[in-house]
Design a protein around this ligand. Structure first.
Ligand code: SF4
Ligand code: SF4
Length: 471
């Protein structure tokens, strides 16, 4: 099975129960953002730009748990910001488990190893020693860290920690192989840290998923290589969604540069091109999400947005209408359901009800539409997809690793190349930056449009230091 039986059963019961009761709208996944503080500043991240990232602005633990209880979604995706910075993250995961929920901890991976060392210290005993020896042998834990784990002080022993469980997943943000991922998160070494964290988690018996956002400059061939590599690490599943820019930035760029939006953003047409192989990937890799949503992404059918099924709760309340767009915040989920004019959003039969929805195909709007479809064919497709055996992991090979570590590890990280470009005043600069707008794989030429590369170069010119810290 793609998903453990107990988890699949829980979700199926939730849907069937609501259908029998005739509930018109209900939550499937809660996107819980306890804070918006983050240790990274990824290109294009709306959260750290839309909300306060001050540590003072956090949702108290009790309020997070109350929000989960109120909407009663069987799955909670704890995101942010970086949720591992939330001071009560362990208590939050424990509280959500007490409520019987399936939990995804969406993380950029940088603090994962620290959290797992804390778990090991709190539970250290003879049964953990073989894993600890293996972790040291593989360079995932240092000798010094192993000593601390073996001799925890009173506080470390008593600490609430996040241990392995079939009910929760580390959900690690990975947007490509090393070169691309580090470019997008704007920091060298993050991909390498994510891979180390995934390996450590698998040795300790955690469930690990990854989540990937596809941008206009994403190369589908690279995505397939990325899934191969992640499969060789024995990841338990992957979510993938088109990224989508819909806001003022789009209008501003179009107005200022007088260019066609298609040159900058993922349109529906471009999304379908990028996702044309999604169904094949679904057979090769443990892609989460429904096959119905995959058909939608591949351009084989239309779906109607059901953003109410994946509500977002954060420091300002229930965010409406969806994870991406903010037209208001409400104090309760029910009030949001009642007061939002849901029929004003989404795309129906190819016509956008709201112009901002025009090119949106994101999973938080449309994946639940696939899961909630009551057409017999769709139900059968979803059942088959989830109940058939999950694809076997791809064997790990040196070739896969060489392909994966194509950036900072070989001394050609994005900063190194960007610096080279700066010193040559951009003359002859080659590489990934060229496809970030100037000559991308879609064959367009965006001329002098500002791109990720330009922003990055600007930062380097300003002398900003970017370095990775593992804790
Ligand atoms: S890690 Fe996530 S929250 Fe942090 S900057 Fe990147 S996308 Fe935003
Ligand atoms: S289609 Fe749905 S998920 Fe997408 S922007 Fe519109 S309301 Fe949000």
């Amino acid at each position: 099975m793609r998903f453990p039986l107990a988890l699949t059963t829980k979700i199926a019961k939730h849907i069937v129960g609501h259908r029998l009761r005739g509930t018109p709208k209900f939550a499937m996944v809660l996107q819980l953002e306890p804070l918006h503080t983050c240790n990274l500043t990824c290109t294009g991240c709306g959260r750290i730009r839309e909300y306060s990232t001050s540590l003072k602005d956090m949702v108290p633990l009790e309020q997070c748990l109350a929000a989960a209880a109120e909407c009663n979604a069987p799955m909670v995706s704890v995101c942010g910001g970086e949720p591992l910075i939330y001071p009560k993250i362990e208590e939050l995961v424990a509280g959500l488990r007490e409520q019987g929920r399936i939990i995804y901890i969406c993380t950029n991976g940088v603090f994962m190893r620290k959290k797992m060392r804390e778990y090991m210290a709190a539970h250290y005993g003879p049964s953990l020693e073989p894993q600890l020896v293996q972790l040291v042998k593989e360079g995932l834990v240092t000798e010094k860290e192993a000593d601390v784990i073996r001799k925890p002080d009173e506080a470390a022993r008593k600490k609430v920690t996040i241990g392995p469980s079939k009910w929760h997943y580390w959900n690690v943000h990975v947007d490509g192989l090393e070169y691309t991922h580090d470019l997008i998160v704007e920091r060298e070494g993050v991909f390498k840290e994510c891979v180390a964290a995934i390996k450590m988690a698998k040795i300790l018996g955690y469930q690990v998923a990854t989540n990937t956002t596809v941008y206009r400059e994403t190369d589908p061939g690279e995505l397939e290589d990325m899934f191969r590599f992640l499969s060789s690490l024995e990841c338990d599943g992957h979510t993938i969604s088109p990224g989508y820019d819909y806001d003022a930035a789009k209008k501003d760029m179009v107005k200022r540069l007088g260019r066609d939006p298609k040159e900058f953003f993922l349109t529906r047409e471009l999304t379908r091109q990028k996702f044309k192989d999604i169904e094949r990937w679904g057979q090769m890799f443990t892609i989460f999400g429904t096959p119905v949503y995959q058909e939608f992404l591949a351009g084989k059918r239309e779906l109607t947005c059901t953003a109410w099924a994946i509500p977002t709760y954060n420091v300002r309340g229930w965010k409406a209408p969806c994870y991406l767009m903010t037209d208001g915040h409400y104090p309760t989920y029910q009030e949001m359901l009642d007061k939002v004019a849901w029929d004003k959003y989404g795309v129906v039969d190819g016509v956008a009800r709201d112009s901002r929805c025009e090119n949106c195909m994101v999973h938080c709007g449309y994946d639940p539409s696939g899961a909630l479809s009551n057409k017999p064919r769709d139900t059968w497709l979803n059942f088959k997809y989830n109940f058939l055996p999950r694809p076997a992991p791809i064997p790990s090979t040196p070739e896969l690793a060489v392909k994966a570590f194509n950036g900072a590890s070989i001394g050609k990280g994005h900063l190194a190349e960007a610096k080279a470009a700066v010193s040559k005043e951009l003359g002859g600069a080659k590489s990934v930056y060229q496809r970030n707008g100037h000559h991308d794989h879609a064959g367009t030429d965006a001329g002098s449009a500002p791109t990720q590369r330009d922003e990055l170069l600007q930062k380097i010119r300003e002398g900003q230091k970017i370095e990775v810290k593992s804790e």
